[in-house]
Design a protein around this ligand. Sequence first.
Ligand code: SF4
Ligand code: SF4
Length: 163
Amino acid sequence: MSKVYAHRDLKICSKDCLCLFVCPTGATNNETGQIDASKCIGCGACAAACPAKAITLIPRKMPPQQKKTEEVIEALNKIVQNKILQLWQLNDLLQKSTSLEERKLWKALKHSNMVVLEDIMREKGYMLPESKNTHDFLESLKSEKDIDQKVVEQLLQSLEVNE
Ligand code: SF4
Ligand code: SF4
């Protein structure tokens, strides 16, 4: 099996279908819009052909996350807390504002805050698929009645802890 496989970002994809023509295995021709990782041989032809740069080759096995010192985690936690606080403030401003231009600005700031927040959480190691944090989070979902337990089990089996 190839060390990497192709992933299509549907938010960027302009649906001109060039990747369908160049893929030697038919992995890109999928009704879900996602590239079929089980058919992908990691040749990269689709990524090279994609005019929207919507395709990325990602490793099948993620490297272990880097160890963080307590000081770094503490600093990241503080940034996360500040970002969450800013999100509350922006929500408040959005609700109170009557100007369309102002509302656009608050929404854009909210979006940018969410992106930064997501990046920081990833940096902390909470969103790396093969981290212990992710594994513990999935384990904690086992007691949630509203969550499809088959999916939780599949994820737990497919995401090997690599720390
Ligand atoms: S080549 Fe790129 S933009 Fe075109 S369908 Fe494929 S992923 Fe989308
Ligand atoms: S990397 Fe190669 S095999 Fe995989 S989807 Fe792209 S073109 Fe197809």
